[in-house]
Design a protein around this ligand. Structure first.
Ligand code: SAH
Length: 208
């Protein structure tokens, strides 16, 4: 089933063999509620705890691709969620810092055995709008929720020469932006297409 999913992603235009290899290696059914287990290798988003979603595999592959990752890159992810995207990044030999605002999800990830396979992933419970100033700056920043605007503090935590991939818009629909910062600190934005994510919300949620 995993091979079929990879084949489908190839047909949809994903060419990066390292990303496809990571998707083939990761048991996506471990990330889903038992009720959706049989559909885990469909190219769809599914509900997870706290009213959130696990991203569609195509979206995970697309966003990962846009980051143009190099080995040992220091990467910040906003919206750990199910940690599926985090594990795809973890497979690629980068150093990942990932933030989740929902306590319930953060605590669930802590009990998730598969994550122990990735010592290169560090998880944080916090507000992604703040980033992680004491761990930055980062080579790459990936936002996996729909941001109302490009978070200014995250832009400050992006290294010169760095790339941020961020869906910007309201929670109905967003434009996927690739934001690059050149060696002089000049920012360029490119629109890469439409996307649909749960919203990026301010502050931490304490329930769960
Ligand atoms: N990368 C995840 C996608 C989960 S959906 C995966 O692969 O499953 C997006 C996640 O972003 C949700 O879990 C949501 O709680 C989280 N989120 C929303 N706003 C946030 C913020 N300000 N800081 C951190 N996480 C946030």
């Amino acid at each position: 089933m995993r091979k079929q999913l990879v084949q489908l992603l190839r047909e949809k235009g994903i060419k990066d063999e390292r990303v496809l290899g990571a998707i083939e290696a990761i048991p996506r059914h471990f990330f889903l509620d038992k009720a959706f287990e049989r559909q885990a290798y469909e190219d769809r988003a599914f509900p997870i705890a706290a009213g959130q979603t696990i991203s569609q595999p195509y979206t995970v592959a697309w966003q990962t691709n846009l980051l143009d990752l190099k080995k040992y890159d220091k990467v910040l992810e906003i919206g750990t969620g199910s940690a599926y995207q985090a594990c795809v990044l973890g497979e690629l030999g980068i150093f990942l810092f990932t933030i989740e605002r929902q306590k319930e999800l953060y605590d669930l990830q802590g009990k998730f055995e598969l994550l122990k396979k990735y010592p290169n992933i560090k998880r944080f419970y916090g507000d992604g709008f703040e980033g992680l100033p004491s761990y930055g700056p980062f080579d790459k920043i990936l936002i996996t929720c729909g941001a109302p605007f490009i978070p200014p503090k995250l832009l400050m935590q992006l290294k010169p020469g760095g790339i941020m991939v961020v869906p910007v818009g309201d929670d109905g629909k967003q434009k996927m932006l690739r934001v690059t910062k050149d060696a002089n600190g000049t920012i360029t934005e490119e629109e890469m297409g439409d996307s649909l994510f749960v919203p990026m919300l301010q502050g931490r949620s304490t329930t769960g």
